[in-house]
Design a protein around this ligand. Structure first.
Ligand SMILES: Cc1ncc(COP(=O)(O)O)c(C=O)c1O
Length: 495
């Protein structure tokens, strides 16, 4: 076997290739050899590695041990809701009747799958407090885009084509303006106040008859529930526009507040966050959208419906924006979301949000003397005076002033076995911490202890903190080089 030359200590398959090694021995051919006309095919060396089966299995098993996942350890990645995914969801999604279903199966042969989609639709409508859900979009961002298309179709249909502006607060997730741009809508940024809530005076200045929608996240990306949301909805509606909710933070309000009740007209869910389906690195996800009745005719087709006790795909929606995704959307993610909702029940879902809020406030309270909260209580006051929702922002100014960067803190957390929180977003030099409801008090305490230990070390060993990570397969990477001169493909010369 060749030497371990790749940077993370695990040799590449190309490096362990041995000429003549095989993963499978095929039996001798029992049919006569036939000479092929060389013009039918070109015979060139593929250059693929030649390796025995055991070595391939070990290679991938070694790599899998280096993955970090929520099943390994705490993953408090703000805005991403990296909660534990109950294994029963996987069992449900893997059931033969779901996993082996062909998307073009006749409706009559897949009534169970259609029933699941229909009842998931109904649950999501109920949780949102809105009239109709489409399950088709396959990510949060895709849900935003689909919903904006629906809004656009509404205004075209109502002879208001000039409504093409979307207002979004300066703390909005990057996908919000990106989805607007992809829909051909102009985005105007609304200021946030020092307490992190949307500045209603600035909103008023920008509301006019060209505005199609105001896009808000509530609780917002600094972890605060905007208690002015009803007033905001009234302003938006008086200006003839729709209030859109980015529902990525639904984990904080399940069973406590319903978007439809606080004035939202249209929203997306991130089922892969709120309803515990595995996600990360771009997928797989599902981003159903929920709308009020007046927007329902424009939802994508097909819609799953129930008629006379049977379930059907309804394609007969003349005002629909059409299909936004092949077949029924991200079906296996939707099965997991349904399993989760049914397992929790109404009480359980409320408990999810209450526990997520409690966990975030607990951590914030324990660390805030070393990691102050710009949107939290004043120094010396308890969290109860200005609590956060399911996540919070900390800006450790005095640690940074000692020469320790946010990145140093993140790398030191990795050495201590924790996935770092989101960093530098939505404000510079911040940690955005979202523990979720699925962690024990001892895990939350271990994480707080690690952060406090790093804060203490910043007073006496800045250089030591800068060495992290020291116990991982790779040390600190050349981040500029990785962005400017990425090596994306193996060649013999790159070893
Ligand atoms: C607030 C917010 N909105 C939208 C999105 C986009 O969701 P998705 O990654 O499913 O496209 C995210 C994702 O992290 C988010 O945190």
């Amino acid at each position: 076997m060749s030497s371990m030359t790749s940077p993370n200590g695990e040799p590449l398959l190309f490096e362990i290739s041995t000429p003549g090694a095989r993963g499978v021995d095929l039996p001798p051919s029992d049919v006569p050899n036939v000479e092929m006309d060389p013009s039918f095919a070109s015979f060139t060396e593929t250059g693929l590695p030649e390796i025995g089966q055991m070595d391939v299995v070990r290679h991938y098993t070694h790599l899998s041990h280096r993955n970090f996942s929520v099943d390994d350890n705490f993953y408090p990645l703000g805005s991403c809701t990296m909660k534990y995914n109950p294994k029963v969801n996987e069992w449900a999604a893997g059931l033969g009747g779901f996993a082996n279903l062909h998307p073009m199966q006749d409706e009559e042969d897949c009534q169970g799958a259609l029933a699941l989609l229909y009842h998931l639709r109904k649950h999501l409508e109920e949780i949102a407090g809105l009239d109709e859900v489409s399950l088709q979009p396959c990510a949060g961002a895709h849900g935003e885009w689909t919903a904006l298309k629906v809004i656009r179709a509404y205004f075209k249909d109502h002879n208001q084509p000039k409504r093409r502006i979307v207002l979004a607060p300066d703390t909005a997730h990057g996908t919000n303006p990106a989805s607007c741009a992809m829909c051909g809508a102009g985005v105007v940024t609304i200021k946030s106040r020092p307490d992190g809530l949307t500045d209603l005076e600035d909103l008023k200045k920008h509301l006019n008859d060209e505005v199609a929608a105001v896009m808000v996240t509530n609780p917002n990306t600094v972890g605060k529930f905007d208690s002015h949301i009803v007033e905001m909805a009234e302003l938006v509606h008086a200006a003839g526009a729709f209030l859109y909710l980015d529902g990525a933070n639904m984990n904080a309000i399940l069973g406590i507040a319903r978007p439809g009740d606080f004035g939202v007209d249209v929203m997306h869910y991130n089922t892969h966050k709120t309803f515990s389906t595995p996600h990360g690195c771009g997928g797989p996800g599902a981003g159903p959208i929920a709308v009020r009745k007046i927007l329902a005719p424009y939802l994508p087709v097909p819609q799953v419906i129930q008629r006379e006790g049977r379930y059907h795909w309804d394609h007969d929606r003349p005002k629909s924006i059409g299909k936004v995704r092949s077949f029924s959307g991200q079906f296996n993610v939707l099965v997991r979301a349904y399993a989760y909702i049914r397992a929790c029940g109404a009480e359980g879902l409320r408990n999810v949000s209450e526990s997520a809020i409690l966990a975030a406030n607990y951590i914030a309270q324990r660390i805030k003397h070393a990691y102050p909260l710009p949107y939290g209580p004043k120094e010396g006051q308890p969290m109860a005076t200005n609590p956060c929702a399911h996540e919070f922002i900390a800006v450790p100014r005095s640690i940074i002033d000692r020469g320790v960067t946010i990145m140093d803190i993140a790398k030191n957390l990795i050495d201590r076995g924790f996935h770092p929180p989101t960093v530098h977003w939505p404000v510079h030099d911040c940690l955005m911490i979202e523990p979720t409801e699925t962690e024990s008090k001892s895990t939350l305490d271990a994480f707080c202890d690690a952060l406090l230990e790093i804060a203490a070390l910043s007073e006496r060993d800045v250089e030591g903190l800068k060495q992290a990570p020291v116990n991982q397969p790779v040390r600190r990477l050349d981040e500029v080089g990785a962005a400017r001169k990425p090596v994306l493909k193996w060649t013999a010369a790159s070893v």
